[in-house]
Design a protein around this ligand. Structure first.
Ligand SMILES: *Cc1c(COP(=O)(O)O)cnc(C)c1O
Length: 398
């Protein structure tokens, strides 16, 4: 028997759950793209996008996904033959690095593996003795494959301690609107994110924020192409400059509604909600792991992102658990990503829970209870009672 009929929860780490309010805002025919309400809403939309990133600098909106934003950030700042440094904390660091390589940029990777943070002293040392002339350091805030969160102010401090002029470019695809991020205060030069994770809007839009130092790099960057050029988009003379063509009409309405929701709740409260829900997930998982082989991928709490949690089942039952949760109970967990190759039997050891954006305590408690039921049903060894630990966190923090 399946008990999955009713409201389901897509708990993969992006795309995230789209709120009804956002869907309703998008449910209309396209408006005039030359005059009227849509062009008029842009200045306030741009202001809200800057506010959610805690920056007074510039932002561009692209009709693309995160991969496109990766390329946009690189093309506006780099030239072929330039060298960059990537301290890697998971699959997404390597993905961004690969896009740079295809552009003709030379990439040096410092690989910190799949569970461990960047060694900031080693990063400073590498930059101090830099004989490669690195133009940029690429960091991923929360790596969605490992759920490891990088201390971005510490990366800034490591670059500054070396007295190095490289741009600091940060991927906040999985963390913006979930974990605290303050672009200007943290000294981030370029930051990127997409619509479909913490910003609660369907996939299709991505954004690059950049400061004036990064914009000066744009003067000489020869990787820049017409479609990714951030100049006309961030400083438009006419409405169509924002998008280099037809505007993504319905997405803009959805995004407006999502940013309104964030502003109504308050960004600090949005961050606190994600932190509390993440602590509930960790409390359950840490308890389950006191028997059997289940464990969280990131061992130290302060290194865990608040929007996604990567699990190691320690057995091939992880895939069975995912399927059970989806088929029997309407909860879709994320596959493990970047831990191993799909043809490796260990592929079935990993899974992830997305808790980003439009998520509440009842959704998380429901998801955790469903996971506990699933572990029992598929025979994934664990200590029963993790849900009680999560409930205690919610009771104490709400
Ligand atoms: C989702 C994600 C991406 C890629 O985004 P796409 O929209 O799938 O191209 C890049 N970086 C991080 C950290 C992500 O979570």
């Amino acid at each position: 028997m399946s008990l999955a009929h009713g409201v389901s929860y897509l708990a993969i780490p992006g795309p995230s759950v789209t709120p009804e309010r956002v869907l309703r805002a998008m449910h209309r025919t396209s408006p005039n793209i030359y005059e009227g309400a849509l062009p008029a809403m842009m200045p306030a939309l741009v202001a809200s996008l800057k506010a959610v990133a805690r920056t007074e600098h510039n932002v561009t909106i692209y009709i693309t996904n995160g991969h496109g934003a990766w390329e946009a950030a690189l093309t506006n700042t780099l030239s072929r033959g330039d060298r960059i440094l990537v301290p890697a904390t998971g699959r997404f660091s390597h993905g961004w690095a690969e896009i740079a390589r295809v552009l003709g940029v030379e990439v040096d990777i410092m690989d910190f593996g799949k569970r461990d943070p960047i060694d900031m002293a080693a990063l400073t040392e590498r930059l101090k003795t830099d004989d490669r002339g690195y133009k940029a350091v690429l960091a991923v805030h929360t790596d969605t494959s490992t759920s490891l969160r990088t201390d971005i102010p510490a990366v800034r401090a490591a670059i500054d301690a070396a007295g190095h002029p490289a741009l600091l470019m940060v991927d906040c695809m999985a963390s913006l609107g979930c974990d605290r991020f303050e672009m200007d205060a943290w000294g981030v030069d370029v930051m990127l994110a997409g619509s479909q994770k913490g910003l609660m809007t369907p996939p299709g839009l991505a954004f690059v924020w950049f400061n004036d130092k990064a914009d000066r790099a744009r003067d000489t960057a020869n990787c820049v192409t017409w479609a990714w050029d951030w100049r006309p988009r961030a400083f438009p003379k006419i409405f169509s400059n924002y998008f280099g063509g037809t505007a993504p009409t319905l997405h803009l309405h959805g995004l407006r509604e999502a940013l309104d929701m964030i502003e109504e709740e308050g960004l600090e409260n949005v961050w606190s909600r994600h932190a509390s829900l993440a602590r509930a997930v960790w409390a359950a998982a840490e308890h389950w792991g006191t028997e059997g082989t289940l464990e969280l991928n990131v061992r130290q709490r302060e290194l865990r992102g608040h929007s996604v949690t990567a699990f190691r089942a320690g057995s091939e039952r992880a895939t069975a658990l995912r399927r059970w949760c989806e088929d029997k109970a309407g909860l879709t967990l994320g596959i493990g990503l970047g831990m191993t190759e799909p043809d490796d039997p260990a592929w079935h050891h990993f899974f992830r829970l997305g808790h980003m954006g439009h998520v509440s305590a009842q959704m998380i408690l429901g998801a955790l209870a469903t996971m506990e039921a699933g572990m029992k049903a598929v025979g994934l060894p664990h200590a029963p009672g993790g849900v009680v630990k999560a409930a205690e966190v919610i009771a104490a923090e709400a």
